[in-house]
Design a protein around this ligand. Structure first.
Ligand SMILES: Cc1cc2nc3c(=O)[nH]c(=O)nc-3n(C[C@H](O)[C@H](O)[C@H](O)COP(=O)(O)OP(=O)(O)OC[C@H]3O[C@@H](n4cnc5c(N)ncnc54)[C@H](O)[C@@H]3O)c2cc1C
Length: 523
């Protein structure tokens, strides 16, 4: 993956995709698979928007089943299997424990989960099982068994959203697409045979333009802003804010993913990753327009800590245990009169001349969404666009034996269980290409070669790109942020020939970013 604006300026493409989140990445891969001359333009870094802020579940969503969205649940539940084939390291099966207060509640839960499993064609050892209080004492010792003496554990899949974006984009590049971060599209000017895209290089502020027969607007929360140019809260979409908080894992060492019920009946997940257990999410109307870094408020924190106190009273979690936090915006299709939590997660694709806009949907359904978009693109271009069968493996997806891969990583690099899991998740079967024979550790689990890989293969150009969206440090290993950022900054300075002032500016920007994540702690 290489940002090369000289290669794209003033050129004409079959398809230009605006937005480098999972939706845009999926469409770029599909367009390139179909043999179209494809360019993708991302105004910030890849996955800088909603696609790095999700709960990271590849799921159909039990909650949506209860809301009656059977079609959506079936499609996404089945899609999990396809994603596992394409990228097993980014689709890791885990047990999701749903605690129950009574036998009746357990029975109802089991009914819903059985239907979910039927829709997703789940079989064999992946089918759910129930735990009584004795089993729960073993399986989830911190759970309040007085209030929740029963539990049902069913299979869900965990991904890394930003890494899924990177892998999908790299697949697109391998198929011939050009993908470029830090190129913002300022306007779309219709022409007789396509569209002129007027853009800006966000690193130099230089303008550039290019042409495309079809434009795919995959800007998620910004989708209406791109086509109307208007700022503020959109009308066709409803932006809903979702917050996650990371607690020190040692303070809440959950052994499974756990689904809690918040005071308003919504599910809130507790998921261990790296040195944190993250909890989320909220679902409230985002005031104002789309923003890359929505604020985490005290009310978000209160909402998420409340169920923790009921489910894990022994852990006695307080605000001081929060070590990382992030917020993202869901671009939901507006349903006037409904609260965000009631709105459908189904995607919508609409066409305005030669511009196809896609918004809504879920990370899980990105491949199906791309197929839908390509049908529109094909009809505009009057070309047949074939569907993808069989699924092509994404970079890093070459080894479905995840336990075996982790063992190989441990043997070769001497890292512990958590360290090998981290490397397996980030790089899959490419891990040996990333680290080589004798990698240089920055910390016992993070290596300098990862920074080089991010710069050389994954088009990172800023310190923030490397440590937030490639190495995933601040949210999942926050105690290592400073030391990894320092080492990474030195490597970036050499790669990009930064002056002392430029290096100092990058470091300052990152420091203020890291502080901003936890602003609510000081309010
Ligand atoms: C809190 C939360 C939890 C979620 N959890 C899950 C989950 O567990 N599982 C699941 O399947 N889904 C989940 N989702 C939904 C999922 O994350 C989103 O559906 C998905 O990430 C949307 O991706 P996107 O590419 O459409 O948008 P984004 O990822 O926001 O991408 C849009 C991109 O467009 C760029 N852009 C904007 N304007 C321009 C411009 N003018 N020029 C160039 N680029 C531009 C932005 O910088 C951005 O990178 C969750 C969402 C949230 C908010």
């Amino acid at each position: 993956m290489k940002r090369d604006l000289n290669e794209i300026a003033d050129r004409s493409f079959d398809v230009a995709i605006v937005g480098g989140g999972i939706t845009g990445a999926g469409v770029a891969r599909h367009a390139a698979l179909a043999g179209l001359n494809t360019v993708l333009l991302e105004g910030s870094d890849f996955a800088a928007g909603t696609s790095s802020r999700s709960t990271k579940l590849i799921h159909g969503g039990l909650r949506y089943l209860a809301m009656g969205h059977v079609g959506l649940v079936r499609e996404t539940a089945l899609e999990r299997k396809h994603l596992f084939q394409m990228a097993p390291h980014l689709t890791e099966p885990q047990w999701m424990l749903v605690p129950a207060a009574s036998r009746l509640e357990l029975a109802k839960l089991q009914l819903g989960i059985s239907a979910y499993e039927m829709l997703g064609a789940v079989g064999g050892r992946d089918r759910h099982h129930n735990w009584n209080a004795r089993a729960l004492a073993q399986e989830e010792p911190l759970l309040n068994r007085e209030l929740f003496p029963y539990g049902c554990a069913y299979r869900e899949y965990l991904t890394d959203d930003a890494r899924l974006v990177m892998a999908t984009l790299r697949a697109a590049v391998l198929l011939g697409a050009s993908v470029n971060n830090y190129v913002r599209v300022d306007s779309l000017r219709p022409q007789s045979d396509g569209t002129l895209l007027e853009c800006r290089d966000m690193l130099t502020q230089q303008p550039l333009s290019l042409r495309a027969s079809v434009v795919v607007n995959a800007t998620g929360p910004w989708a209406e802003q791109l086509v109307t140019g208007e700022r503020g809260q959109p009308s066709r979409l409803h932006l809903s804010k979702g917050v996650h908080l990371g607690l020190l894992r040692a303070r809440l060492p959950v052994r499974n993913m756990v689904m809690l019920t918040a005071a308003d009946g919504r599910p809130v997940f507790a998921i261990a990753r790296g040195s944190v257990t993250y909890i989320g999410t909220t679902d409230t109307t985002a005031e104002g327009g789309p923003d890359l870094w929505p604020e985490v408020d005290q009310s978000d924190v209160d909402y998420l800590l409340e169920p923790l106190r009921r489910y894990f009273p022994q852990a006695a979690i307080t605000q001081n245990d929060i070590v990382s936090a992030w917020a993202g915006l869901r671009p939901l299709v507006n349903q006037p009169g409904k609260a965000p939590k009631e709105m459908s997660r189904k995607e919508e694709v609409w066409r305005d001349g030669r511009v196809v806009t896609v918004a809504g949907g879920k990370l899980t359904g990105f491949r199906k969404m791309a197929e839908q978009v390509m049908t529109e693109v094909g009809s505009i271009l009057r070309r047949d666009v074939e569907l993808e069968t069989p699924m092509a493996v994404l970079p890093g997806g070459g080894n479905p034996d995840l336990a075996g891969l982790m063992q190989q990583i441990r043997n070769r690099y001497g890292v512990d269980e958590q360290g090998s899991r981290r490397l397996m998740r980030l790089y899959g079967s490419e891990v040996f290409a990333v680290l080589g024979d004798t990698p240089t550790p920055i910390t016992p689990t993070v290596f300098a070669e990862e920074v080089s890989w991010a710069l050389d293969q994954e088009a990172a150009v800023k310190l923030e790109d490397v440590i937030y969206r490639r190495l995933r440090i601040p949210w999942f290993r926050p105690e290592e942020s400073v030391v990894v950022a320092q080492a990474a900054a030195d490597l970036l300075a050499v790669k990009f020939n930064w002056s002392t002032e430029e290096l100092a500016r990058e470091r300052e920007e990152l420091e203020s970013r890291l502080h901003h994540d936890l602003t609510f702690r000081r309010s």
